[in-house]
Design a protein around this ligand. Sequence first.
Ligand code: FAD
Ligand code: UDP
Length: 389
Amino acid sequence: MNHQYDCLVIGAGLAGSVAARELAERGGKRVLVLERRNHVGGNAYDCFDEAGVLIHQYGPHIFHTNSTRVFDYLSRFTRWRPYEHQVVANLPDGDGRLEYPVPFNLVSLEAAFGPDKAKALEEKLIAAYGSEKKVTILELRQSPDPEIAALAEYVYDHVFVRYTMKQWGQKPEEIDPNTTARVPVFLSRDCRYFQDPYQGMPAKGYTPIFQRLLDHPNITVELGQDAAARLTLGDQLLLDGEPFAGEVIYTGAADELFGCRFGRLPYRTLDFRFETYDRDFYQSHGTVNYTMDEDFTRITEFKRLTGQELPGKTTIMKEFSRAYTGTAGEVPYYAIINDANNALYGQYAALAERYPSLHLLGRLAEYKYYNMDAIVGRALALTDKLLGG
Ligand code: FAD
Ligand code: UDP
């Protein structure tokens, strides 16, 4: 082998950075990381804006996991600020507006219907499903009980259908059921968005985690480097025109790896609108979902997530979703998971399998709706396998 590296990692997001670290540290491999952007961190990248507010450039990221291995692993690279995310739906109500917790729960029920009706509905719901249980909106809509079915229609109408149309351009029943199942109706007074035992925000932000992960003598990171210009997948796998015999971990989009030859994998992209205000805070919660009106899906206020103390300034982000076209500058944020798209992905995955040293890893490369913790878990599992245990 003519190369000075043992392994190649494409993409310095969470998948690539954890994999590179493991190969370098545990495996003693010399690892080259190529990253197309001019920074590490992938979509979890954060930075300070002109007002001095720590923002998440590619959408709000809240860490949560039930995996002790994942939490312990990341805790080598950061301290945590205790933070448990809470979200409210903001919707029109007569002449004013109403806010209640999302996932829709027993507190939301009371805010929507008043104490008496809420109490009767709560008893029915708990008799049908059990206390502290999570019920997906699609499941709730199947209820044979007319009062529960009417409640399901209320929640579908006030929380799900318009938000989902904005986010996916499709109705809840038309998208992958696992997507709406992420935000079930929760028969509880627990107003947290996640119930995972480990939750928090990295004390100094996400980007320093990536800098520490990649700060290893065996790792070389090259920014502004698109794999398309360096990697060739022909009869053999070539790096810079020379055969490369080491392991290659690819964390970009699977279709792009093969010139989109079977057609583009469908994604939703987002436009983010950042706004800075000369005040301490803008809204009551880290994230407010606009479930019935407005063109954006949600507003996130970063200081509420990060706990940053910066009097007199705050920055918020509005998210607008639309179809991804592959135009330069667009980012494929959400895979649109359905049978046809999975089959198209399968064609690319089959091509990749022709190269035994090539491994597809991460939210893009695996065409899945993975949270950060799942990505860390998958990177550790793959490197366990490659390093033999
Ligand atoms: P990415 O972060 O996308 O990294 C891939 C990297 O590869 C990128 O840096 C990209 O530039 C690079 N790359 C791609 N192609 C090439 C190429 N050809 N050559 C070189 N480099 C290339 N998860 C949570 O746990 N909590 C949250 O609150 C949360 N919020 C989210 C909000 C939004 C809007 C989105 C879109 C995702 C959110 N996630 C959240 C999911 C989280 O972003 C992902 O799980 C995680 O970032 C995936 O890491 P990755 O390395 O697989 O992909
Ligand atoms: N969802 C909704 N209304 C809400 C919150 C979520 O309809 O107020 C649906 C919507 O389809 C969304 C999905 O549930 O895409 C998953 O929501 P989540 O907050 O997990 O999405 P993410 O943070 O990954 O964008």
